[in-house]
Design a protein. Sequence first.
Length: 184
Amino acid sequence: MSITAGSYTFGPDSGRLLIQTTRTGLGAKAGHDLTIEVTRWSGEATIDTAAPANSSLTVEVDAGSLAVRTGTGGVKPLTDSDRADIERIIREKILQTDRHPAITFRSTRVDGTAESFHIEGDLTIVGEPRLVTVQGLFADERVQGSAAIVQSRWGIRPYSALLGALKLSDEVEVRFDVALVAKD
């Protein structure tokens, strides 16, 4: 089945939005590669299968809704206390959710086909818009894809510990897997 033209919505009820981090530095073995899930978010897509350039996408994320789901690697397993600390650091120090409660994406250009597409758009994090490219595909009645996000482009200094020996890589991967729900 292929995707049909129309307007659609999506969010946590119809899919997942995940952030994957990796670690670097001399102390990388001490840390964890994290999978973080966005728990409150929504999106809208208008799809024109005859002229993909007329398609559009917007996504809004509650920046305070990031939840650490898994942590792989490390010298010891990730505890619930570790998860809570990481989530607090993300909210308070990295994303500054008290001043920037939302992360938004608005497409500026769409190309490709309904089955395999590229979307360029403005991703606004900590109040700063930057152009990013999303790669996606439609398969098995789901839309899946990803975008590489380099935190320093938004002035975000990747988290570090152990006097800088353990650091999160500057680039994180945002992945999505959603079912589109036709708008009424």
